[in-house]
Design a protein around this ligand. Structure first.
Ligand code: SF4
Length: 239
């Protein structure tokens, strides 16, 4: 994946926790090491260029559900200040109640000030982290997530929602269910992303995906707190 086209940067999610979603562009993920991810290639070092693009994307937001999810192939703090201010102005103008941002673990200490900045305007910020799995050895030695020593409880202290990556070699129906159950016990919502092939070394495992479809998905399909993305574009943004 490289730079995402403009028309793939806005969508409306109608099922489960209805909300609008925008894929904005920042200066790029500061970690960039996850062995399954090439999203971070959607970046630009010029904050003015990013602001120009992000302003156009944000213009499409109508506020119809009062909730907006902002993703940017990295962390909220990779967005330029003018874009952050434009998000705040938009939320005020459209009377948004809830805003969702994503972040890597390394920026967790910046979350309280983000939340309080928006809370002053009556907007609740919820944060989402790609944990991928709570099996620490698998997560750190195989996926290289950069979250050494972070326990599920500690993660839940900073973040409201988790993303899990499933359908990759080494996982089983049991391990996938265990991860989702841990997520549901500690976080408000869980988003399961099924691995999609990209330019990075970790590939989807068809056997594991088949196990997910037959033994995991049926349990959580109707759960309003679980989003399941069988393809990375199921939210309607990205490529
Ligand atoms: S998964 Fe997230 S933290 Fe990891 S490299 Fe990709 S954008 Fe960065």
């Amino acid at each position: 994946m490289g730079t995402v086209p403009f028309e793939c940067r806005y969508s409306v999610i109608e099922e489960k926790n209805p909300r609008e979603i925008v894929l904005l562009r920042g200066r790029g993920c500061q970690w960039r090491r996850c062995r399954f991810c090439d999203y971070h290639l959607d970046f630009c070092k010029d904050p003015e260029e990013n602001f120009r693009l992000n302003s156009r994307v944000l213009k499409q937001v109508s506020g119809l559900y009062g909730r907006l999810e902002v993703i940017n192939s990295g962390s909220f703090c990779d967005l330029d200040e003018k874009t952050m201010q434009a998000i705040l102005d938009l939320c005020r103008e459209k009377e948004m109640t809830t805003l969702y941002f994503e972040s890597h673990w390394m920026h967790r200490e910046e979350i309280p000030s983000l939340k309080s900045r928006f809370q002053q305007e009556g907007i609740t910020v919820k944060t989402k982290i790609g944990v991928e799995t709570f099996d620490e050895r698998f997560r750190e030695s195989y996926l290289d997530k950069g979250m050494n020593g972070a326990s599920p409880e500690e993660i839940s202290h900073f973040f409201d929602q988790v993303c899990l990556l499933q359908g990759i070699p080494g996982q089983t129906a049991d391990s996938m269910r265990k991860d989702i159950d841990t997520g549901l016990s500690l976080f408000e919502r869980v988003c399961v992303n099924i691995m999609t092939k990209n330019t990075k070394p970790i590939e989807p495992d068809p056997e594991v995906i088949a196990q997910f479809r037959s033994q995991v998905e049926p349990i959580y399909r109707e759960n309003p707190r679980v989003d399941i993305l069988l393809s990375n574009t199921d939210f309607g943004v990205g490529v």
